[in-house]
Design a binder for this molecule. Structure first.
Ligand code: GLN
Ligand code: ZN
Length: 755
């Protein structure tokens, strides 16, 4: 028999029940008992789905009130001392204070979970960190699942990944020095699980997909030898990339099984199968836990059949990674047509796919003939559908020349032409695009979307808003105004809704962090731009002022990165298609008289592959896509880009190679430190390092911004320095926005006077 399982299931709920319960609890609208009831209900439902689908195990331990890494810290008792909490009596309220901060302490830091859009809370370690006396939620949930009649496979984050992802709070602390204590804690946990009668434990070590330093690899041997023989079988789970480089190490470890991601890295299989230890289980992750496509089940069976012949009972079939990264249930989508729906599978549907593969392996293809036929038909229609394949788009991409991906002349010559007509003062001032999105703006947009507000009235409301924003910017004296983005709900959705090849779901929510969810668009087909998307708004805004209005677009890499991307062609090709669509918009803006155009790429860095060895290739195609989007215009037209984060050092050459005339970046929170890297690298084009943090309503005084401008002038010559906030202002209110910008302009005037 073949064992079927998934590495984890989304906990947020098909209707985001957990989100609403959490927020209700935080606001005091429901009490802890009511919150707990929602949690048990969701677990019960998700376990039942796994069992009813035909899986052999249900995953337990994937549920978390906020985050699975914080849960691991709580289970281990490894809480930051600064909160003063006793880990053995940690209450739910205290758990949320760790996640969200309290009056005395800021929350744990949050950061991206590998290359996903999920954010975990970073455990804090210092020399006094103890790993004992944690919460017993996991053991409770195991009993809970048992009492509902399930065969239980607990899921744990492994000791080395936990340690690697944690942050040493004490300078110079060697995290690996904590390993002995940490191993002892895991031994205690495994012993307890054994006493509970658990047979298999899935222990996740996703860091094996990274390029690990030698001492960390060596630590795997120490750790897993020490975790052997504790009465449970360990399935070590890897995902998100190949672990072929660590095949020899994995083979040496005393493990009962290893899980590999054959969706992201199918090619690793051959290397891993060489000298596969006798008796060891291979869990083949063949159902994509990162995307929403229905699997081509015949193709999956072709991968699995030889494995089954070779491994027999020792073959497990599963999702590539936890299904946490997919929406919950496709059944709810009543707005998608049958053809498109037939191409998709959300988490619940993926359970069925895993189970179907198991049945096919055990009973033969005939036993699942109906399902296979449906899957074959969907795969065939994806290969040929006219909705997906637009020959004109393919031809355009194929016809791209190197010249299409660069401006006619180098920056220095372009800058001269731009200066000649822009006639901006030194240290020109601008903003990043959005202005406060008031309740009235949101209400108007929502009413228009529901069809309750007629088009003409909606246009008038948005135009009134644009007029207001332009007037305010004129009064403040901003040199390069923007229209304010009132018409945009979201910087990717706004464009996706107007591009061909995109679809939108009603309930396709995926947890981003805590109670926060995102609903990424689905790029299902060739992308093109039927009609201009932003031109009328920008043209109207320009008609209100003699200053150069800055057009505002989202870049191809960011649109790609924040969507579910088709899996039937390389990401880079999809990105180029989007780039061409944006290029059309850039050219149309220029024709309409908008000759300063910003193409936002806040997600550029996010696209970096997990292994450094793969970075160059990504930076090459992502940079090219950006340049394709930006290079259809005359040299006198000024292209801006914007990225709102502060880690650039390692990719500066690639950022420079994007060749935007102006880049605006976030720097105020790092006290301009980031800029030193730009300075010593001698970033060749113009830069606008943010001089104030837009994430809080705080209005920084003139002197503070003046000091930051002076710091920036130390590394960037005045001719190439712009003055702007760190990021868009849409989440701010008007009073603090106006006050902060007024101070920013005062600081700029003082800085100019001192030049
Ligand atoms: N133009 C966008 C805005 O101002 C940029 C947002 C972003 O960088 N995330 O809102
Ligand atoms: Zn930003």
């Amino acid at each position: 028999m073949t064992t079927a399982h998934v590495l984890g299931f989304p906990r947020i709920g098909a209707q985001r029940e957990l989100k609403f319960a959490l927020e209700g609890f935080w606001q005091g609208a429901i009490d802890e008992t009511e919150l707990a009831a929602v949690g048990s209900q969701l677990r019960r439902r998700h376990w039942a789905w796994q069992k009813d689908a035909g899986l052999d195990w249900v995953a337990v331990g994937d549920f978390a009130w906020y985050d699975q890494v914080l849960n691991t810290a709580a289970l281990l008792g490894a809480l930051p001392a600064r909160f003063g909490f006793d880990p053995s009596t940690l209450s739910l309220k205290q758990y949320f204070e760790l996640a969200r901060g309290n009056a005395a302490q800021p929350a744990l830091e949050m950061t991206k979970w590998f290359d996903t859009n999920y954010h975990y809370l970073v455990p804090e370690l210092d020399a006094d960190t103890r790993f004992d006396g944690g919460v017993d939620w996991l053991f409770y949930e195991i009993e809970e699942a048992r009492s509902q009649g399930h065969a239980v496979k607990p899921v744990l984050l492994g000791p080395l990944s936990f340690l690697y992802l944690a942050k040493a709070k004490l300078a110079g602390l060697d995290k690996l020095a904590l390993l002995p204590d940490l191993i002892a804690a895991y031994q205690r946990i495994l012993n307890k699980l054994a006493v509970q009668g658990v047979q298999w434990v899935q222990i996740d070590e996703p860091i094996l997909a990274l390029e690990l330093p030698g001492d960390w690899l060596a630590a795997f041997e120490r750790a897993y030898r020490a975790l052997d023989q504790h009465g449970v079988k360990l399935l070590l789970a890897t995902y998100f990339d190949s672990v072929a480089d660590h095949a020899a190490l994995l083979h040496r470890l005393p493990l009962a099984g290893v899980h590999v991601d054959l969706v992201r890295a199918p090619e690793q299989l051959d290397a891993l199968l060489v000298d596969w230890p006798t008796g060891r289980v291979l869990s083949a992750g063949v159902i994509d836990g990162r995307n929403i496509w229905a699997a081509d089940l015949s193709a999956r069976l072709e991968t699995l059949a030889p494995l089954a012949a070779h491994l027999g009972d020792r073959l497990w079939v599963g999702s590539s990674c936890s299904l946490l990264h997919t929406p919950v249930d496709l059944e709810q989508e009543d707005g998608l047509d049958a053809e498109l729906k037939g191409w998709l599978a959300f988490a619940r549907q993926k359970l069925g796919e895993v189970a179907m593969l198991k049945r096919a392996l055990e009973q033969g293809r005939d036993a699942v003939a109906g399902e296979l036929a449906r899957s074959d038909a969907a795969a065939a229609s994806r290969r040929t559908s006219r909705r997906i394949h637009d020959p004109a788009v393919g031809e355009r991409v194929a016809a791209l020349t190197p010249a299409d991906a660069c401006r006619a002349q180098p920056y220095a010559q372009r800058a001269e032409q731009q200066r000649a007509w822009l006639k901006l003062p030194l240290l020109p001032t601008t903003t990043i695009g959005s202005f406060p999105q008031t309740r009235e703006i949101r209400a108007a947009r929502a009413a228009f979307k529901r069809g309750e507000l007629p088009q003409a009235q909606y246009m008038a409301a948005m135009q009134a808003e644009i007029r207001l924003v332009v007037e305010k910017q004129e009064a403040l004296g901003l040199d390069v105004p923007v229209h304010g983005e009132a018409e945009r709900n979201d910087m990717v959705e706004y464009f996706g809704e107007q591009l061909s090849g995109f679809a939108f779901t009603r309930f396709g929510w995926v947890q981003s962090y805590g109670s926060r969810c995102v609903k990424p668009p689905i790029i299902f087909g060739d992308v093109s731009r039927p009609t201009p998307m932003t031109v009328e708004w920008s043209r109207y805004a320009q008609s209100l002022t003699t200053r150069p209005m800055k057009g505002m677009l989202t870049g191809p890499v960011t649109i790609l990165q924040w969507s579910f991307v088709r899996d039937d062609q390389p990401r880079e090709r999809t990105c180029l298609q989007i780039a061409l669509a944006i290029r059309d918009e850039v050219v149309d803006l220029e024709t309409a008289g908008i000759r300063v155009i910003q193409i936002d790429e806040p997600a550029f860095r996010e696209g970096l592959p997990l292994k450094r060895g793969d970075w160059d290739r990504y930076l090459e195609w992502a940079g090219r896509a950006f340049r394709v989007s930006a290079s259809g215009v005359a040299d006198a037209t000024q292209i801006h880009t914007h990225m709102c984060y502060s880690e650039f050092n390692d990719i500066l050459p690639a950022i420079a190679a994007m060749d935007a005339d102006v880049i605006t970046i976030e720097t105020s929170r790092s006290d301009m430190e980031l800029l030193e890297a730009f300075g010593s690298f001698r970033y060749p084009n113009e830069i606008g390092p943010g001089v104030y943090d837009i994430h809080s309503p705080r209005v920084p005084p003139v002197g503070e911004m003046l000091r930051l401008i002076a710091k920036a002038l130390d590394v960037v010559p005045a001719e190439r320095l712009w003055i702007n906030p760190d990021c868009g202002l849409k989440t701010r209110g008007w009073p603090e926005t106006e006050a902060a910008l007024r101070n920013m302009l005062d600081a700029t005037r003082e800085a100019r006077a001192a030049l």
